[in-house]
Design a protein around this ligand. Structure first.
Ligand code: PEP
Ligand code: MN
Length: 340
């Protein structure tokens, strides 16, 4: 339920309504807009039946929200959420350009890629240290040693860093080294993990589960937000369909659908959808053109020797070409990105 206040509502009147709602054990979410303030109510709204809220002079209208997600819903928070990590903004016309290797493999590899990503215009460095591999016999990542390298590369090239967190017991170690926590597709419905990152003060990039509907994906975001962390960036990375020509099917229409339903930023990872580097650039450009708030792209100094996901990784020069194209598109569609 949403309580839309009159533009004339004073702070005292707003506080009074909030205290009435909280007194009966419900939670509130206040969104202050330029002209109107709205109070979102979370919980069993029948508890408000005997309160005079609807008839208060400061209340304009009461709107019922039938969607199962509340905090993530645009009804609760009409303006776009902009997430700021160090100097980089994602959302509201700001593009987050996340790039780097699938896995951190060595100091030389990561530093070489980081330098090139930065120079090309990337503003966030990615690198996996704990890898969710389909086979237990595949390389599982460098672990803490990789996290140390990631932090070092981020500091050296002045970029915030992101890495995947695979388990709820790992929140504190990942938080120590990374500016952003990444939830992978395989963990998109790991509710205990979502709740744990919901208690973190670091922003979360939430990949779409490979078999998740958009509504289920938004419910995963709601799990994080309901624990207090409102800094969630959604990441479309391809879903499973009958099509086998590509690793996954990139659901680009999810961009406008998600933007209608939620205020959270949405970025697109064309690499894991494509499975092949040749398809990454057109899909990255399509994503930005369709209104995505950023991209996440795998980049490698020697893709043919990469320990994981080499086939879908862009060479550094290719990433630089992609960035050149994005720089041409961005002013046309009215978006920008921090170039430090
Ligand atoms: C990754 O980003 O390296 C990754 C494993 O992605 P996903 O969870 O989308 O498969
Ligand atoms: Mn990968």
């Amino acid at each position: 339920m949403i309580i839309v206040l009159k533009p004339t509502a004073s702070k005292e009147e707003i506080d009074h309504i909030v205290s009435m709602i909280e007194k009966v054990g419900l939670r509130t979410n206040i969104s202050v807009g330029e002209t109107q303030t709205i109070i979102g109510v979370i919980g069993d709204k029948t508890k408000l039946t005997n309160t005079p809220i609807a008839s208060l002079a400061s209340v304009d209208s009461i709107v019922q929200v039938s969607k199962p997600y509340k905090l993530a819903s645009r009804d609760f928070h009409p303006p776009d959420t902009i997430i700021e990590i160090k100097k980089v903004k994602i959302g509201g016309g700001n593009l987050g350009i996340i790039a780097g290797p699938c896995s951190i493999e060595s100091e030389y590899q990561l530093m070489t890629i980081a330098e090139s990503v930065k120079e090309s215009g990337g503003n966030i460095l990615r690198g996996g240290a704990y890898k969710p591999r389909t086979s237990p016999y595949s390389f599982q990542g460098m672990g803490e040693e990789g996290l140390k390298l990631l932090k070092k590369a981020g500091a050296e090239f002045d970029m915030p860093v992101i890495t995947e967190i695979m388990d709820s017991s790992m929140v504190s170690i990942i938080e120590e080294y990374s500016d952003i926590l990444q939830i992978g597709t395989r963990n998109a419905q790991n509710y205990s993990l979502l709740k744990e990152v919901g208690k973190s003060s670091k922003p979360v990039v939430l990949k779409r589960g490979m078999a998740q509907t958009i509504e289920e994906w938004l419910m995963s975001a709601e799990y994080i937000m309901s624990e207090g962390n409102r800094e969630v960036v959604l990441c479309e990375r391809g879903i499973r369909t009958f099509e086998t020509a590509t690793r996954n099917t990139l659901d680009l229409i999810a961009i406008p659908v998600v933007k209608e339903k939620t205020h959270l930023p949405i970025i697109v990872d064309p690499s894991h959808a494509a499975g092949k580097w040749q398809y990454v650039m057109p899909m990255a450009l399509a994503a930005v053109t369709a209104g995505a708030d950023g991209i996440m792209v795998e980049v490698h100094n020697e893709p043919e020797k990469a320990i994981s996901d080499g086939a879908q990784s862009l060479k550094m020069e290719k990433f630089s070409i992609l960035m050149g194209e994005i720089k041409k598109i961005a002013p046309v569609i009215g978006v920008g990105f921090n170039l430090n």
